[in-house]
Design a protein around this ligand. Sequence first.
Ligand code: HEC
Ligand code: HEC
Length: 510
Amino acid sequence: MVGAAAAGETANNDAAAAALINTKCGGCHEPGPDGGLARISAVRKSPEGWNLTLRRMQQWHHVVLSDAEQAALVKHFADTQGLAPEETAPFRAVLERRPGNVEHADDPEVATYCARCHSYARVGLQRRNAAEWLKLVHTHVGQFPTLEYQASSRDREWWHIATTELPDRLGRKWPLVTASWTAWQGHASPDLAGSWRVVGHRPGKGDYNGTLVVDRTDVDRYTVHHRLVMADGSALDGDGDSIVYTGYEWRGAATLGGLPVREVFEVSADGSQLRGRWFASDAVTGGDLTAVRGGPAILAVQPPYLKTGQTARLTIVGSGLSGEVDLGPGVQVQTIEQTSAESVTVLAVAGATAATGGHDVAVGAARLAGGLVVYDKVGSVRVEPGYDVARVGDNGGPIALVPAQFEAVAYLNGPEGKQGEVRIGVLPASWSIAGYDADSKQAEDAKFGGQIDQNGLFTPGGAGPNPARGGANNAANLSVTAVVTDGAVPLQGSAHLIVTLQRWNDAPVR
Ligand code: HEC
Ligand code: HEC
């Protein structure tokens, strides 16, 4: 999984890993039929999946690994027995720890058996044959003898099905050998050193853009300088380190604007694009990120919308930009305020004849399809995420609270007034919470559950029994409402928010 120049270095790392596996694992895992160690060579996983397994080897089976050995093994296994990009594609949101992610299992039968305690993604981010899936079922029942009750599975012949049909089904769905992994193994891990042009959005705070300066320190290892600026001009600077697993799984640790964050990005196969999310320890505070090298390319228009009849300042962010600015038919560029290879700031107006909907944006040869949305009036407002979970906690205590961040997203009505056809973007709103149903209103959930600020940030109440609530805790079932005023008519959207207890055990793949 490396370029030719680094091949020698990797051979050494592989030899070191082989020796480590021999001493640390060989005592229990005997050589299997395929020449590798039994169980170990029969599975493929994400870096997080390997991390979880190695932690279990330590906690349950008393394997002793230093942090450095753990890290070296995760790297080795993720590279040699990892997952291809296609295999992780349906599960990026879980790897990126996106708040409010509601999984839609493509096999509801598997989800019934296997996604009632943890995510469906935890299962889908592994590959093994039926016999190995069966062993995993056995491990589960050994580890959690009450599983059948706990997973509300007494309505069927759980044990029979879980040890016959289900492993077969999983082995067909997610087998060890796949065409995409076989092909991906020939892929050389790209050298990511260089200067990257970045755009992103930070829910509750706005858009940002800037530069990542990436230096290579070793095979698949980098130091990163973030030079990012929020739309309001505030800096989001900081430095970090990153490691790339399996030729495309960028995992970084950085300090951005003073906040320690982790990064989960996917590197495109040709090494020209990074895409993903960074987040703080609550996994909620964070932002999306897209980065490109080279150009010419347009990454985004910030803000990405323009109302007909209005003049607005728009920044076209990209790399290698030069040439004439085109915002599509009916949109005039009145003034070019600033222009460089990296951004062009213009004052633009959408005339009465400008078609509503997505406009292709161009600067010279660089083009972004649908990069600017022209709207005459907001058709509807959705609160995103539409469903979320916040957790009570005690900042400074053992488990910090987990907030929830909402945004009011405006949509344009499509032809014949069809709702939600085109996303306009995030608009300012006024925010409120209320009990979700009669019971939660009766229990005054809105009073005890927490508070929402005017940036859509919900902060839950403290942990533990609340004397003011007769000793009950601050759990709540809430509806969150945003009101956006566009013209004379206020439009509103709402989301469902559960405020619940702390997550005591936060595994690398939830
Ligand atoms: C002290 C004995 C012992 C040692 C040493 C040990 N393991 Fe295990 N391992 C087990 C047992 C028992 C199981 C089956 C139960 C389980 O999965 O926890 C297992 C299962 C596994 C599995 C299959 C889990 C799954 O379902 O995906 C993998 C992979 C694995 N071990 C990797 C390793 C690696 C890598 C090492 C060396 C760093 C190692 N083990 C060292 C006892 C051990
Ligand atoms: C009763 C709750 C529960 C149910 C039901 C359940 N799991 Fe798990 N699963 C867990 C827990 C807890 C862990 C973490 C175990 C550990 O590492 O200590 C886990 C871990 C895993 C892992 C990661 C193991 C590793 O070493 O990589 C996979 C994969 C997995 N489960 C798949 C499944 C499948 C497949 C099913 C359905 C047959 C299933 N789970 C059903 C609770 C459950």
